[in-house]
Design a binder for this molecule. Structure first.
Ligand SMILES: Nc1ncnc2c1ncn2[C@@H]1O[C@H](COP(=O)(O)OP(=O)(O)OP(=O)(O)O)[C@@H](O)[C@H]1O
Length: 253
């Protein structure tokens, strides 16, 4: 992970490449600059945590990097695909087939079973889930035997583990997670994080996680710090204490 020169071409070992990405939101008569000329690369197969004070631009960064939102300037490249050049339809297809998402609120569909929720990204893409792969994923996240349950019959930790299996069903290159453990108690959060981390590692996926929790970030290979829409530094394999100290310097929690 390093901040490249803005014109450097993406390298093969790069999973995510942002070049001078800006994101501005209209705000009354003015604009809010949520991201300001953000340039970075995230190496294939790495686990990167993104931290920063509230309002520093973490979710905006994740949404732009994952193709959920369109930057107002700059380029986002995932693998060898420049998202900037894609039509809305192509971007939707790319997200569905090549990227996995995990959100704080799980986003499971209430009237579909666990198995149906997990298979949904493939069904939406006109493909049928491979039963052996689905079984493997449900077992990897500890939900074997719960395939027929509805989301309302799951604990928060189980629901998030179902959401993780759903994010991985298409074998995405990159998995983006926004506060994936934010709604869970600390023991459940630690278990869910370990499931996410180990499954992504086992499958060779790149994992990008936005978090407020220094313990979550301490599990990452690299921690990137945002302040006021700009990356202001990173730590490699830091301890929880080092991360907390950096957050205090930035004026966050
Ligand atoms: N859709 C939007 N419209 C207008 N302003 C927005 C929008 N989304 C984000 N912002 C603004 O952009 C800035 C960055 O917001 P963002 O949600 O990315 O920060 P964050 O670091 O994820 O915050 P938090 O930790 O509180 O979730 C904030 O000033 C926010 O108010």
């Amino acid at each position: 992970m390093h901040a490249p020169t803005p014109t450097a071409p993406p390298r093969a070992a790069t999973a995510v490449h942002l070049m001078q990405v800006d994101k501005a939101f209209p705000d009354g008569a003015g604009v809010i600059h949520a991201l300001r000329s953000v340039s970075l690369t995230i190496a294939l197969g790495s686990f990167v945590a993104v931290m920063g004070p509230s309002g520093s631009g973490k979710s905006t960064f994740l949404n732009c990097a994952a193709g959920l939102d369109v930057p107002t300037g700059g380029r986002v490249v995932i693998g060898d695909t420049d998202l900037t050049g894609l039509s809305a339809d192509d971007l939707t297809r790319f997200r569905r087939d090549r990227i996995g998402f995990v959100f704080q609120s799980y986003n499971l569909i209430a009237h579909l079973t666990v198995a149906e929720n997990v298979g949904l990204p493939l069904i939406l893409g006109g493909r049928r889930p491979d039963p052996a792969w689905q079984h493997h994923l449900l077992s990897a996240v500890g939900l074997s035997g719960m395939e027929d349950r509805l989301p309302g019959e799951l604990s928060g930790g189980q629901a998030q583990r179902a959401a993780i299996a759903r994010a991985l069903i298409t074998r995405p290159e990159v998995v983006f997670a926004d506060e994936p453990t934010g709604a869970l108690d600390s023991n459940t959060a630690a278990h869910v994080l370990e499931v996410l981390r180990s499954t992504a590692k086992h499958l060779g996926q790149t994992l990008v996680v936005v978090t407020h929790d220094a313990r979550v970030a301490a599990a990452a290979d690299h921690v990137l710090f945002l302040a006021d829409g700009q990356f202001v530094g990173h730590l490699d394999t830091p301890t929880t204490e080092q991360i907390s100290a950096r957050m205090i310097e930035l004026g966050g929690r």
